[in-house]
Design a protein around this ligand. Structure first.
Ligand code: SAH
Length: 352
């Protein structure tokens, strides 16, 4: 590599998101001893350095030469805590775009719901993110940053990650996969505790399976037949339910891991006993698990959340068909931070 290219690489690629080996190579390119790579790694991933100037163990002279090299952290634009302990964050990226991240504490866990895109092109009818359109994919460091931000704000290690914030992760597969690698190897989060949620993009679930990741796959099904699914998810028109389920079966075959099917329950639309039976017929003998999500209200549409009794009846109908099922507890509703309620507009920065 010529000096010019290496300098350019140094200036243009954020350090956040890079492995220990890459960071070590980077310090060596600048005639620094290799142990500085380990120091850099520790300061970025454990000590929360936001600028190279923060890294007090580095020689002053070198630090001043590095002025202008970005670590790649985003800035906190707004923090919105909900009474249940959930915190929603709006983060500003280097180009001024705003994304959302949610920290969800439970008994002994801290889960981060991360965004994979600015906005989302899928336009699912029940989802606030989809109403705002799509702007761009997130880069690896912009995904990893979300997890570090929540970890630092809570002062507690993040245990679980769900790619269920803004965006469709499988339309940004390369950056999502490299973020998963980094979160696993550099931040230290178990792959099995990382869930990638997708509405289904033809061919991409198979591609994910080929990576032999240990991460968990969640598929946003939301309907027990093609007709209802198309009403809720425009992209379903180009991707029939049968084809999606076939790809999920391949995933189980290739990885030996079960698939979680997410199913938003919408009153009168997909919550009847016949829907439960139809769903069970698709999933019988399929190594999977159904996660029912009671609908969280958004402004633009007037879907209704079924009553708890109706949801329990749906659960019972699935159980009677021997389908593994759980109901997701809504967290963060009061901060508009619950599933499907993420949108980056309308909030002004507040002093806090
Ligand atoms: N595009 C991916 C990742 C976004 S995930 C996907 O669709 O899976 C967002 C999760 O929240 C999904 O399960 C999604 O279906 C769910 N969700 C979206 N809008 C919702 C709403 N209004 N109420 C409850 N859950 C919602």
């Amino acid at each position: 590599m010529t000096l010019l290219t290496s300098t350019e690489t140094i200036r243009s690629t954020p350090l956040l998101g890079q492995s220990l080996a890459k960071l070590t190579e980077w310090v060596q390119q600048q005639d620094q001893p290799s142990y500085r790579g380990k120091q850099l790694h520790e300061w970025i991933y454990q000590k929360g350095a936001r600028s190279l100037l923060d890294i007090s163990v580095f020689p002053k002279q070198w630090r001043s030469e590095l002025a202008g090299v970005e670590i790649g952290r985003s800035t906190l634009h707004y923090r919105s805590p909900a009474p249940d302990g959930t915190v929603k964050y709006l983060l500003r990226l280097s180009d001024g775009q705003i994304i959302e991240t949610v920290g969800i504490p439970t008994e002994n866990r801290l889960t981060v719901c991360v965004s994979s895109q600015v906005g989302c092109p899928m336009a699912c009818d029940f989802c606030a993110t989809g109403k705002g359109g799509f702007i761009r994919n997130l880069k690896t460091h912009e995904i990893v940053d979300q997890v570090l931000t929540v970890q630092e704000d809570f002062g507690q290690r993040v245990s679980n990650i769900v790619f269920m914030g803004m965006g469709e992760p499988l339309l940004n597969t390369d950056h999502v996969l490299s973020a998963v690698r980094c979160l696993n190897q550099d931040v230290g989060i178990g792959q099995r505790l990382i869930t990638i949620s997708t509405v289904g993009i033809p061919g991409r679930i198979r591609r994910l399976a080929e990576q032999q990741l240990q991460a968990t796959l969640a598929v946003s099904l939301h309907a027990s037949n093609q007709y209802v699914r198309e009403q809720l998810i425009p992209s379903a028109q180009q991707y029939p339910l049968e084809a999606l389920l076939e790809e999920c079966r391949d995933y189980v075959r290739l990885t030996g891991r079960r698939v979680t099917f997410e199913y938003i329950v919408l009153a009168g639309l997909n919550d009847q006993p016949e829907h439960a039976i139809e769903l069970a017929n698709h999933l019988r003998g399929f190594q999977s698990h159904v996660n029912l999500i009671p609908y969280n209200p958004i402004q633009e549409v007037d879907y209704k959340r079924p009553s708890p009794r109706q949801i329990q009846a749906f659960v019972a109908a699935l159980k009677a068909e021997h389908i593994a099922v759980s109901v997701r507890r809504s967290r963060g509703l009061a901060a508009d931070a619950a599933c499907g309620q993420l949108r980056a507009s309308g909030l002004q920065p507040a002093a806090h």
